[in-house]
Design a binder for this molecule. Structure first.
Ligand code: PEP
Ligand code: MG
Length: 760
């Protein structure tokens, strides 16, 4: 092999890992085998080493990495310092000139200034095949000589990202011995792209698994969309399984700026299948070729443009299970937390530090994170269970897991410390326990239902008290409908908004308010349509500032000492009327489309004037509120205590938000695992507030309901029926048990009444 610092990919092959890293060597090998790999060149690991030696930054750079990596602040500072050292140093002129000349040659062949991807391919001197996948950066859609030189330097700098430094220290790698090759490769402006396993990734059977989505493949690799799923039997060349997902966003090149951007998927493509049968079978052929070339099953990244297939990367599948010796049985729990979503799951732990790693979570893995965020939902759907450090029973992870039917343990405090990537664990979402290894746990029949499939085959008792269901993410609609609930007692729109590619303010800033309203309409419509004509109470925005701040364009969200007591609920909408107005537009559009089953619920009211102002605002903005049910959530003790004054303002229903009512009555932050032991929805003070409201509402002929977590507890449901509540809205997994309890309690009340009458 050549001593050159910059080499064409065609010039390298699988023996050159020490020069161009695993990725570069594999691309070269595939080009040699005449597979359709986009061409390009590699700035070798030795060029990187020369850069460090010749610029004299050696001691300063490696000195800056000698820090306590367990201290997050210190680690972040080390990253900053090391990256600055790299970016400030000048690349040796001959390397720079070679990059320029190779790029010019690529442009000449294409007759235009081409777009390229600059990818990192790391390698360790004494361990050439060490996998550092995903720890360094990739830069897509780069164009122009200088931009490419800068991107190569940024790739080099990414070798000193906090996560990469931490990983090397913990795995015992010497920073000085890890080098980085930057691969500069022609960009495929993919119409569709994804990943493929040439053989089944866990059993190794001859079954090819393909996942694909619209646009560039990063959405699939990072797990930020739910891709289509295809399974092909390689022996018979038949497509065994085809699951077409709803694909909301696509990663694509902005034709104006050339930058990579996220765009909403056009509505006609959202639910359309990404691959036709020919494309699927052609991909399978490439998978087989690659498996033959390397002699082992491959994990492949592919892209398609104008019907032409490109192979972007291929590496061995590392997850195929060898026949393992009988696993040691798990005994005592290694972690304890809150059982947030029932069910038992066994699988490999996958630690997610930031969203770029979501692609690590494959079907059946256990997602472990400090806390889940809305961009994790597609990965949560693939996960067999979820374990978090933080959170209480009503945190994001808990709510979404329950809707997805995925066992979850939250608030363990130290899951991300104790669990390691790839560790096999058993999660008991009922008891809130995590075990190392496989633990045989007797699972009650009801909890054995497969994720996402709830069987409600047994006949449903008719109840006078309506039993409804809560929905937060549109993906849960089908499961919610399967419960045969009497409607939706709470539709949380903020979870739907958090699933959008950017913050509402960003849409407004870009002059795309109409697009935002349409997104809102289509997501709400999924639910009101699926339940039609049963009522769906749509709640106006109750945005937690801390979660909204993490969205693109969300920087303006206020930083609050305690977001739970802050800028959320109706108080926010009454200040940020620009957003409230867009919500009202969405409601009007839904009514125009004929959804007269929609009611509107106002969250977090603390004074009747808020109800009055909200109604006035909706009316002034053209919503005919006399034709729809308007209600409030009772979540603040103040609202419960002066419910008569709210009733005097005029409303159709109230619903108890016990998640908040509990935290505000007991002074226990619902998301704070340190005080979770004090969080008690059955506290007599809360029951007293609820009782008072039901009595007052019943006198006034106003409907009462509950949509907080307490409504999913059959004991609470029993008590509420006895108090005369009109409906109960439970989590998807609890509807059946709550309905049984409601039916039984009603029968008992009837019996009791009949006996009393007889005896009088
Ligand atoms: C509640 O507070 O009980 C409720 C249902 O609202 P959220 O959990 O969204 O605050
Ligand atoms: Mg609430």
């Amino acid at each position: 092999m050549t001593e050159d610092s910059v080499v064409w990919l065609e010039e390298v092959g699988k023996e050159d890992i020490a020069i161009v890293g695993g990725k570069g060597a594999s691309l070269g090998e595939m080009l040699r085998a005449e597979l359709p790999v986009p061409t390009g060149f590699a700035v070798t690991a030795q060029a990187f080493r020369r850069f460090i030696d010749e610029t004299g930054i050696n001691d300063e750079l490696f000195g800056s990495l000698e820090v306590d990596v367990d201290n997050a602040d210190i680690l972040r500072n080390a990253e900053k310092k090391a990256k600055k050292i790299i970016m400030d140093a000048k690349m040796p002129l001959d390397i720079e000139n070679s990059i320029r000349s190779k790029y010019r040659e690529m442009c000449k062949k294409e007759n235009e200034e081409v777009f390229v991807a600059v990818r990192s391919s790391a390698t360790a001197e004494d361990l050439p095949d060490a996998s550092f996948a995903g720890q360094q950066d990739t830069f897509l859609n780069m164009r122009g000589e200088q931009n490419i030189i800068d991107a190569v330097k940024k790739c080099w700098a990414s070798l000193y990202g906090a996560r990469a430094i931490y990983y090397r220290v913990k795995q015992g790698f010497d920073h000085r011995k890890v080098n980085l090759c930057a691969v500069v490769q022609m960009m495929v402006d993919a119409e569709k792209a994804g990943v493929m396993f040439s053989s089944h990734p866990s059993s190794g059977e001859p079954l090819t698994i393909i996942e694909g989505a619209w646009g560039l493949g990063e959405t699939v690799v990072s797990g930020s969309v739910s891709p289509d799923y295809y399974m092909v039997d390689r022996n018979s060349k038949t497509i065994k399984e085809r699951k077409v997902a709803t694909k909301n966003i696509m990663h694509t090149k902005d034709p104006k700026t050339g930058k990579t951007i996220d765009l909403p998927v056009p509505s006609d493509k959202k639910n359309a299948k990404v691959l036709d049968d020919d494309e699927i079978l052609k991909l399978v052929e490439f998978g087989e070729l690659l498996e033959d070339l390397y002699g082992i099953p491959q994990d492949i990244e592919w892209a398609i443009k104008n019907k032409e297939i490109f192979i972007l990367q291929s590496r061995p599948i590392t997850t195929i299970k060898k026949k393992e010796p009988k696993e040691k049985a798990a005994t005592t729990a290694i972690l304890e937390g809150l059982g947030a979503s029932p069910g038992i799951a066994y699988g490999q732990a996958k630690l997610i530090v930031d969203s770029s790693e979501l692609g690590k979570v494959k079907d059946g893995d256990i997602l472990v994170a400090v806390m889940t965020t809305p961009d994790m939902v597609p990965a949560m759907k693939r996960a067999a269970a979820i374990v978090t450090d933080e959170g209480g029973l009503t945190c994001h992870a808990a709510i979404v897991s329950r809707e997805l039917g995925c066992p979850a343990v939250v608030g363990t405090r130290k899951a991300t410390e104790i669990l390691t990537d790839g560790m096999k664990i058993t999660v008991d979402g009922e008891k809130g326990l995590v075990f190392e290894g496989k633990k045989e746990i007797a699972v009650p029949e009801a909890a054995q239902k497969e994720k996402s499939v709830i069987s409600f085959a047994k006949s449903k008792p008719v109840t006078a008290t309506e039993v409804k269901v809560n929905v937060s993410i549109p993906e849960a609609t089908a499961r919610a409908v399967e419960t045969q609930a009497d409607g939706v007692g709470l539709l949380r729109i903020e979870h739907m908004i958090l699933g959008l590619p950017k913050h509402p303010k960003q849409y407004i800033k870009e002059g795309k308010a109409d697009e935002y309203v349409e997104e809102l309409v289509s997501r709400i419509q999924t639910v009101v349509d699926a339940f039609y004509p049963k009522p769906v109470w749509v709640r106006t925005l109750d945005a937690p500032t801390d979660e909204f701040r993490a969205m693109e364009g969300g920087e303006g969200e206020p930083i609050e000492p305690n977001p739970m007591l802050g800028y959320r609920g109706i108080r926010r909408d009454l200040i940020d009327t620009e957003h409230f107005e867009l919500e009202v537009r969405a409601f009007k559009e839904l009514i125009k489309r004929g959804y007269n089953n929609m009611g509107i619920m106002i969250p977090l009211v603390q004074h009747p004037s808020e109800l009055r102002r909200a109604k006035e605002f909706m009316r002034n903005n053209g919503l005919d509120i006399d034709k729809i049910d308007i209600g409030i959530m009772v979540e603040i003790p103040a609202a419960a205590l002066i419910i008569d004054q709210f009733l005097a303002e005029g409303l159709n229903f109230v619903s108890f938000g016990t998640n908040d009512l509990t935290q505000y009555t007991l002074a226990v932050d619902r998301n704070n695992e340190h005080v979770a032991h004090l969080y008690n929805e059955l506290h007599p003070a809360i029951m007293k507030l609820i009782e008072h409201v039901i009595i007052e509402c019943n006198k006034a002929g106003v409907k009462t309901s509950i949509c907080g977590q307490a409504g999913s507890n059959p004991r609470v449901a029993k008590r509420l029926v006895e108090l005369g509540i009109t409906s109960i809205s439970a989590n998807i997994d609890a509807v059946e048990t709550v309905r049984d309890m409601v039916a039984r309690t009603e029968m008992q009340l009837l019996l009791k009444g009949a006996r009393e009458k007889k005896n009088s």
